[in-house]
Design a protein around this ligand. Structure first.
Ligand code: FEO
Length: 395
């Protein structure tokens, strides 16, 4: 990716990772970008770096604009390695003694990652730093996405460097929202669901704080994906909507199957839900990636989970998904379990326990059938689908 001008004296100098398909368990079907930003002012400033293997490309992008040795300040908004693992290479190039601005937690975390005696300049929330013609304000944004995360706001340009927030794992020719339009929102939604969903209450609080401060934001520059310059309020409004997790008349039947019995049950439940006007679909866990399933979970009102019993336990793919979903803390769901078994049949009980631990409202003990579902068994699945439909909101 060549440097891209964002505003007078402000450039995106990050890189595109076209080939990544697994981002620590998240399926990045179209790759991603690691964005870094260069501000040319009296004090030349670099904001964030990129993944280690792209360090040379980052330095080449910077060199297309200025000699990297002329960089005066380094700002690290976030320690996670996709934004910091080329920091040792960059600091070596620009000068190990250059001031490195980060949050207090950022200093702790960077020290634990790199064991380098850099010239750390830990900042307080809302501390400012003059770059010359511009002043930046640092905003602590703990847990968005790590305890060290912060935003950097350029007061004069009304431009927010938002680290992970408002990003998307997307690689393409477009660099700005006005170039891709609304096609970017499925990527932004998937990113939100898989990375930021657990911190939804903090996002709502942050949006309130920013509104109370009267902070005007004309441009949002995240550390992944496209830059929001045409209408940043669009993505902010989506974040508010997604964070609320208001349940829709939407149900997911998430399952795996060994000999198609649990699958037949899933299809009967989905059929009944659709008949009752619910936006319902089955999601087979060996055909749907967990990160795509969780994207659908975000605004679903009902989560129905089916598992065969394997060796007295939940089927492994279902256990994997339940673990993943628990960590992401989805809210406001009704739920029910189901599954076929051979002789011991523990899975429905274990799935129920997992759903209850997630604070889902388990509105039915579910359907538990031995071997192949007969007509009576299928009728029980249809009844479960209808019960779920009746408990969902009208829209
Ligand atoms: Fe893109 Fe939390 O790292």
């Amino acid at each position: 990716m060549e440097p891209v001008k964002i505003a007078d004296g402000i450039f995106s100098v990050g890189v595109t990772d076209w080939n990544i398909r697994d981002f620590h368990g998240y399926s990045t079907y179209e790759g991603t970008t690691y964005n870094a930003y260069l501000i040319l002012d009296d004090k030349i400033t670099l904001i964030d770096t990129v993944k280690k293997e792209f360090g040379d490309q980052l330095l080449a992008n910077i060199s297309a604009i200025i000699d990297p040795k002329k960089i005066d300040y380094m700002i690290s908004n976030h320690t996670e390695m996709d934004h910091s693992s080329s920091l040792p290479r960059v600091m070596h190039k620009i000068g190990e003694d250059k001031p490195l601005y980060c949050s207090k937690m950022g200093q702790k975390n960077l020290s634990k990652h790199f064991s380098q005696a850099w010239n750390y300049q830990p900042v307080e929330n809302l501390q400012t730093l003059s770059l010359g013609k511009r002043t930046v304000t640092f905003m602590e944004t703990r847990m968005l996405h790590w305890p060290d995360s912060m935003f950097t706001y350029v007061n004069e340009d009304k431009l927010l460097f938002s680290s992970d927030a408002f990003g998307q794992h997307y690689a393409g020719p477009e660099k700005f929202d006005d170039q891709i339009g609304d096609d970017i929102f499925p990527h932004a939604k998937k990113y939100f669901a898989n990375i930021l969903m657990p911190y939804s209450p903090l996002i709502l609080k942050l949006v309130d704080t920013v509104t109370e401060m009267g902070l005007q934001i004309d441009t949002i520059c995240p550390d992944h994906g496209i830059i929001w310059r045409k209408d940043p309020s669009k993505i902010i409004n989506r974040y508010v909507e997604w964070s609320k997790m208001a349940p829709k008349r939407k149900a997911l039947v998430i399952y795996d199957t060994m000999w198609h019995s649990t699958e037949a049950m899933a299809e009967a439940i989905v059929g009944a839900l659709i008949q009752e006007g619910v936006n319902a679909k089955p999601m087979h866990l060996r055909n749907c990636h967990r990160s795509d399933v969780i994207t659908e979970v975000l605004d679903a009102g009902a989560i129905i989970v089916g598992s065969p019993t394997l060796n007295n336990n939940i089927f492994p793919t279902v256990a994997d998904f339940l673990t993943y979903m628990k960590g992401l803390k989805p809210l406001n769901k009704i739920a029910a379990p189901f599954g076929s078994f051979g002789w011991s049949g523990e899975s429905v009980k274990l799935v129920t326990k997992a759903l209850e631990e997630m604070k889902f409202d388990v509105i039915d003990p579910g359907v538990r059938l031995q071997y192949v579902p007969d007509e009576k068994g299928i009728s029980a699945c249809v009844a479960l689908g209808k019960k779920i439909a009746a408990a969902l909101p009208e829209k």
